[in-house]
Design a protein around this ligand. Structure first.
Ligand SMILES: *[C@@H]1O[C@H](CO)[C@@H](O)[C@H](O)[C@H]1NC(C)=O
Ligand SMILES: *[C@@H]1O[C@H](CO)[C@@H](O)[C@H](O)[C@H]1NC(C)=O
Ligand SMILES: *[C@@H]1O[C@H](CO)[C@@H](O)[C@H](O)[C@H]1NC(C)=O
Ligand SMILES: *[C@@H]1O[C@H](CO)[C@@H](O)[C@H](O)[C@H]1NC(C)=O
Ligand SMILES: *[C@@H]1O[C@H](CO)[C@@H](O)[C@H](O)[C@H]1NC(C)=O
Ligand SMILES: *[C@@H]1O[C@H](CO)[C@@H](O)[C@H](O)[C@H]1NC(C)=O
Length: 450
């Protein structure tokens, strides 16, 4: 005798499998996993994907203190501005130093681009970034070596978090798109669960400003030995990943372009004045963390060489999520961009082009982006300092056992047995009925979809 619950669940599975090939709603068992996770959906779930440069850690610190955001997971990528060994461990070290150890799952991700321009980040710069917290000549902190990453790797964590979140998840990409492109390539059904994808960087110039590109193309030099002129590293370090993500069908893509970020100077005089004006006291570690970037990573450069890069992308995300008309981004623009992925594009390799439809009306593969085109650094800095000084750490409130990735693991284990039993029942008890009923449902779905 077949358990009626199993029968019901099977009917549900059949309907789900046949009627919703693209949306792929959860099966009965998967719904049990989702309920078991017990996600708080009063706040906007966000996955932060990061290459763990110093400005990425500023962005993370900011977002952990934003009450409307729930950071489900932080996923790291090892092909940007940190070496693979440090991409994950430096996030763990930083979380520990700000009082969020074990508060958010950190997944280790992909270390090689799907395709890069060939540009290699100088290892002296990578060394300075990787040892920013621990070097005696920089912040001289000791790292707790007992901190552990998530039981899931980045790709799994992205796929499973999107699948099991009760509501769409926003993704903030602060490094290359390698992790996101890999996750999407492996499981396209997660795309419908992405709310908005936010990207730090990219260039969005009119195609008309590339005089040699319209109508003439110059021949590429590959690999590139220098940074692409005016290019955005997060784009050209893995241009194929960016192209795949752009073309994947994600409904909303928002970017904080490098051109706008470049107006957001890290000006230590302005920083001091703002702290005084707002009467904000930062912990010594936090103050040195945000004010030592030039000193520790680029001592031969002037102060204005470095910018509030990734934390401005994070703040732009919050401004968009909360529909805040008083935010630091003063102007946005909707553009259709095309990322050049061609051997003929030379230094434009990996540049976003806007106005493509005007100049090349038959061009295909244009991607809609909303970008920030003008920003106010005073408003930005006040909001940033307010949040990182608050020490609320909203996304770190859960105990380890109630953390999203740990619940995910527990709940999947718990319901896996039930699923296995269901599969055995399906195969042994009523295969013929199952197949004919399957055909019947397929027929019904087929008719109703016409
Ligand atoms: C670094 O910190 C250690 C203590 O952890 C201290 O002994 C040492 O003097 C510090 N070095 C510098 C350069 O501040
Ligand atoms: C394009 O190339 C052709 C042949 O090399 C040249 O005659 C023409 O002036 C170029 N046009 C532009 C806009 O550079
Ligand atoms: C900012 O203030 C700190 C002390 O709080 C001081 O050491 C530093 O020199 C100041 N920097 C600038 C550029 O004024
Ligand atoms: C830095 O900030 C101060 C005070 O806000 C301002 O007077 C100065 O022009 C700024 N420097 C640069 C390079 O923007
Ligand atoms: C955002 O705010 C504006 C007014 O400030 C309003 O017209 C618009 O409907 C809001 N949009 C959303 C999505 O809440
Ligand atoms: C881009 O936006 C336009 C409306 O401005 C819409 O018609 C088009 O379908 C969108 N393209 C994609 C690929 O979503």
């Amino acid at each position: 005798m077949v358990d009626p619950r199993l029968l019901l669940a099977s009917v549900f599975l059949i309907i789900v499998n046949n009627c919703y090939v693209y949306g792929r709603p959860l099966t009965f068992i998967e719904q049990q996993v989702q309920l078991c996770i017990n996600q708080d959906i009063k706040r906007q779930p966000v996955i932060i994907d990061t290459d763990t440069d110093v400005d990425d850690l500023w962005a993370i610190h900011y977002l952990l203190n934003v009450p409307t955001v729930d950071v489900l997971a932080i996923t790291t990528v090892g092909d940007g501005y940190s070496k693979p060994f440090y991409s994950g461990s430096n996030v763990l070290t930083f979380l520990d130093l700000i009082g969020c150890s074990n508060g958010v799952g950190v997944g280790y991700g992909v270390n090689l681009p799907l395709m890069s321009s060939g540009y290699v980040i100088p290892s002296s710069l990578l060394d300075a970034i990787d040892s920013y917290m621990t070097s005696p000549t920089c912040l001289n902190q000791s790292a707790n070596i007992f901190l552990q990453p998530s039981p899931f790797g980045s790709i799994e964590l992205i796929k499973l978090s999107l699948k099991y979140s009760k509501i769409p998840v926003d993704i903030l990409v602060l490094g290359t798109m390698t992790n996101i492109a890999t996750a999407i390539s492996e499981d396209r059904s997660i795309i419908s669960k992405i709310g908005t994808l936010y990207f730090s960087g990219g260039q969005f110039k009119s195609i008309n400003s590339y005089t040699s590109l319209v109508p003439n193309l110059t021949v590429a030099t590959y690999p590139e030995s220098e940074e692409t002129s005016d290019g955005s590293p997060n784009a050209y370090l893995d241009i194929l990943a960016l192209q795949r993500v752009g073309m994947s069908g994600i409904k909303n893509i928002v970017a904080m372009p490098l051109i706008t970020q470049d107006t957001m100077l890290i000006n230590l005089t302005q920083l001091n004045e703002t702290l005084k004006r707002l009467n904000i006291q930062l912990k010594p570690f936090v103050l040195s963390f945000i004010s030592s970037f030039v000193k520790c990573t680029s001592p031969n450069q002037t102060e204005s060489y470095l910018k509030w890069w990734d934390n401005s992308a994070a703040q732009f995300m919050v401004q968009m999520q909360t529909n805040n008309s008083q935010g630091f981004c003063l102007r946005t623009q909707k553009v259709k961009s095309h990322y050049i992925l061609s051997a003929d594009s030379h230094q434009f390799y990996g540049q976003g082009m806007i106005d493509v439809e005007t100049f090349l009306p038959n061009a295909h593969g244009l991607v809609n982006y909303t970008i920030c085109t003008e920003a106010n650094s005073d408003i930005f800095l006040a909001e940033f300092l307010n949040k990182i000084s608050s020490e609320k750490l909203y996304s770190c409130e859960r105990q380890y056992n109630h953390r999203f990735d740990i619940k995910l693991q527990q709940c999947m284990l718990k319901f896996e047995n039930a699923e296995q039993q269901l599969n055995v029942a399906k195969q042994t008890s009523f295969p013929k009925a199952y197949v004919s009923f399957d055909l019947f449902i397929f027929f019904v779905c087929y008719l109703s979809s016409r």
